[in-house]
Design a binder for this molecule. Structure first.
Ligand code: ATP
Ligand code: MG
Length: 584
């Protein structure tokens, strides 16, 4: 495909990272250590860094969290919003930490949150970490099976949930021998269960606002998250307190957060983005953040940006594609407060970037990372031109290699395993209870990510696909991403998922599942037209020989196309773990 480059000319402000090359040459993680707040003897607490350190500064009374409830509408904005300053977050999380102390929670104990995006989710998360325990999250849409897997594997002692969601826990309580307490945020407690139920409001009222934040070693465990389950059973990834180094620096360099910004990360804290880039990095930089409890809705989303003057927006390709699908709705809103847009979670095809330019006058800046990396590692920066379809360049202090299956580096322009030198501070500490799995990530002093990529002559990294998804057709290797990107440039196509389908002649053929825009008729003529369109854009072998028109694609609850489900269904294979898949 022809290379398309956008200069970041329309910047409204000078970026935090001004000279990428120079910073890369001079930066070391030792320098970043000066940016975080340490206790004596090199002790640290990631929650203290995110919130409490500001209480000693002018930011004390600055709004940290602007919470917007699910029933919010532009006509009754006051009714469903609540503001919390850094001081208020600090005191509320202190109270919660005191509840945990009373329950005799110890360093390293796992405390899980199973809540919608309500303020208690954020304050309790911080309180757990301040108490020296390990905070874990579970997306509020999980059913009993997904919950059982996570609570059993983690051995969680405490669960914080609400009166509605706790009913799902009752169904599996006999399988959770480690669970001692369930803290209910919004209502009456019951007795007669295997665990004791605790009234959050009552305990919070009685708890002291004063708490001595636990001083932890940089490598002590702080939080735990399960991966999205795109490729199989979700892994329980453990992170340490020093992950803040990467989360702080990247919130500055990549998200470009400044004091005057209103920042909105649309990810749920059930996934790593909603933790690292709602709770840790941006707050550590003193950001005022918007959190919206409700579901995706283009009109509401645009209203929030307009009403609260969101300036930095971090979202995901699936949301961008859905906003595009909603058409011209954005024209009804004043979105001029936006100044910087970022995207993560899945490959960002060039077409949504072009649409962003049309709709907001700004490009989405793609960046790459995974639960295991604990923070953004590759990104497009405000200070560098964007090559559409590329994930950008490594963050300063991080070395990215493209290596073969034996861990040897490959030449520029060749596709190989995306690998990272394992010396960045937010690298996972463990895959919980799966030491062999953890070990399998490392080869010849590289951390192998499981993704395939290519580095070009300017050191931009191009995502090719997950190693499991690569298609081998007629001896050529094709990544689903480039085929999907070409497909959605066809005027009739809104979204697509591409897999390799075994074929006796070609090894595999490319099969595409395609969602059409409204008003297009799924027929043979359109199918041939789409095939030809992709063939012209890519190469003779890299077009879908089979197209199936579908109404929806299987997706993870975090919004990623689940190609393994498409493949398993196509081949009549067992589908495997579906705890993170929508509507399964
Ligand atoms: P699992 O590991 O359970 O299969 P997952 O890999 O989807 O699920 P996450 O850790 O949430 O779990 O996602 C990280 C993965 O998402 C990356 O390894 C990559 O495949 C994909 N990803 C994230 N950001 C990008 C991006 N900007 N471009 C392409 N792919 C991305
Ligand atoms: Mg993964």
């Amino acid at each position: 495909m022809r290379e398309e480059v956008i200069e970041n000319k329309k910047l409204k402000t000078e970026p935090n990272l001004r000279d990428y090359k120079k910073i890369c040459e001079t930066f070391s993680w030792k320098l970043a250590e000066k940016e975080v707040a340490w206790f004596p003897n090199k002790k640290i607490n990631i929650a203290y860094n995110a919130v409490d350190k500001h209480v000693k500064t002018w930011r004390k009374n600055k709004v940290a969290l602007r919470w917007i409830g699910k029933n919010w509408s532009p006509d009754n904005p006051k009714k469903e919003t609540r503001d919390y300053t850094f001081l208020e977050l600090s005191l509320l999380s202190n109270r919660f930490a005191n509840i945990l102390k009373k329950l005799k929670i110890k360093k390293g104990d796992k405390c899980f949150l199973f809540l919608p995006r309500v303020p208690e989710l954020y304050t309790s998360f911080l309180g757990i970490v301040k108490a020296g325990a390990v905070a874990g999250t579970m997306f509020a849409a999980f059913g009993p099976c997904g919950l059982k897997d996570r609570l059993q594997n983690s051995g969680a002692k405490i669960l914080i949930t609400n009166g509605e969601l706790k009913k799902r826990i009752y169904k599996i309580e006999n399988d959770l021998p480690d669970l001692k307490y369930v803290i209910i945020t919004d209502g009456k407690t019951e007795s007669g269960h295997r665990f004791a139920e605790i009234d959050y409001r009552k305990e919070m009222n009685e708890a002291s606002e004063k708490f001595n934040v636990k001083k932890m070693k940089p490598d002590d465990h702080a939080f735990m998250l399960y991966t999205s389950g795109s490729t199989g059973k979700p892994k329980g990834v453990i992170h340490s307190h020093k992950a803040i180094l990467v989360e702080h620096m990247t919130s500055k360099w990549v998200l470009d957060i400044k004091d005057g910004d209103v920042y909105w990360c649309t990810a749920d804290p059930g996934w790593v983005t909603g933790v690292a880039y709602t709770i840790f990095g941006p707050w550590s930089n003193g950001a005022t953040e918007v959190v919206y409890e409700g579901r995706f809705d283009p009109e509401i989303w645009y209203s929030i940006i307009e009403k609260y003057k969101v300036s930095v927006w971090y979202t995901a390709p699936t949301a961008i594609r859905m906003l595009k699908k909603a058409g011209d709705v954005y024209k009804k809103y004043d979105l001029s407060s936006l100044r910087h847009l970022c995207s993560v979670g899945e490959p960002l095809n060039p077409e949504p970037i072009r649409w962003g330019l049309r709709a907001f006058g700004l490009p989405f800046h793609d960046n790459w990372w995974q639960t295991e990396t604990g923070g953004i590692l590759i990104a497009n920066y405000p200070c560098l031109p964007i090559k559409l379809g590329s994930m950008g360049k490594p963050i300063p202090g991080v070395t990215v290699g493209i290596v073969d299956d034996n861990g040897n580096e490959m030449p520029t322009g060749k596709v190989g395993n995306l690998a990272i030198r394992p010396n960045w501070p937010s690298m996972m500490k463990e895959i919980w209870k799966r030491p062999k799995k953890y070990k399998s990530y490392f080869k010849k002093n590289w951390f192998i990510t499981g993704d395939l990529a290519m580095k070009d002559k300017d050191d931009y990294i191009w995502f090719i696909g997950r190693a499991d998804d690569l298609i081998n057709t007629s001896g050529e290797r094709v990544g689903p991403f480039e085929v999907e990107s070409a497909l959605i440039e066809h005027p009739a196509v809104i979204e697509s998922g591409v897999i390799g389908k075994p074929d006796p002649l070609r090894g595999e053929i490319i099969k595409a599942f395609v969602i059409l825009k409204e008003n297009y008729k799924a027929d043979k003529k359109l199918e041939n037209d789409i095939k030809l369109f992709v063939k012209r854009r890519l190469a003779g072998h890299a077009y879908p020989r089979e197209i199936e028109f579908v109404k929806a694609l299987p997706k993870t609850k975090s919004g990623k196309i689940a190609r393994r489900i498409l493949k398993a269904k196509e081949l009549g294979l067992k589908i495997g773990d579906v705890s993170t898949i929508e509507n399964y």
